[in-house]
Ligand binder design. Structure first.
Ligand code: CMP
Length: 143
């Protein structure tokens, strides 16, 4: 079964959007596999965003993601990686459709509420970076 990594960023937590965001993935039909509420070290932030290391916004991205607690999660389901990206919406919230998380709640690329893995390889790497194997809960919903 496919899995993806999602993180509600400090702005999503500050704005009390945690319940609303989790509800969207639950009601869509995906299964929660792991969840933790945590402060992010600069080391973890830099490893997570390593692909953006040379970008001009890298320093501000690291400052932001380490500025307050985040909700790190793993979700499971058929096609969850692409589907989660659709539910999240475009990176720049000004381009994301109404009905998506960023389209409904955001206006700023640097404060875009939630991160979601963009491909299977990235999902695998991000899950391994943020979670230990024993933190992933293997269960199957009965309905
Ligand atoms: P995310 O999906 O977490 O992946 C990389 C993040 O970099 C992205 O969301 C944005 O929050 C951030 N980002 C991308 N482009 C810019 C930009 N031009 N200015 C500031 N932040 C950016």
């Amino acid at each position: 079964m496919e899995r993806t990594f999602l993180a509600i960023k400090p702005d999503g937590v500050q704005r009390k959007l945690v319940g609303e965001i989790i509800r969207r993935f639950e009601t869509k039909g995906f299964t929660l596999v792991a969840l933790k509420f945590m402060n992010v070290s600069r080391e973890l932030a830099q490893a997570h965003y390593d692909v953006h290391r040379e970008r001009p916004f890298f320093a501000s991205l690291i400052d932001f993601i380490t500025s307050g607690p985040v909700v790190a999660m793993v979700w499971e389901g058929d096609g969850v990686i692409a589907s989660a990206r659709k539910l999240i919406g475009a990176t720049n919230p000004l381009n994301s459709e109404p009905g998506t998380i960023r389209g409904d709640f955001g206006v700023n690329t640097g404060r875009n509420i939630i991160h979601g893995s963009d491909a299977p390889e990235t999902a695998k790497n991000e899950i391994a970076l943020w979670f230990k194997e024993e933190e992933l809960v293997n269960w199957a919903p009965e309905i």
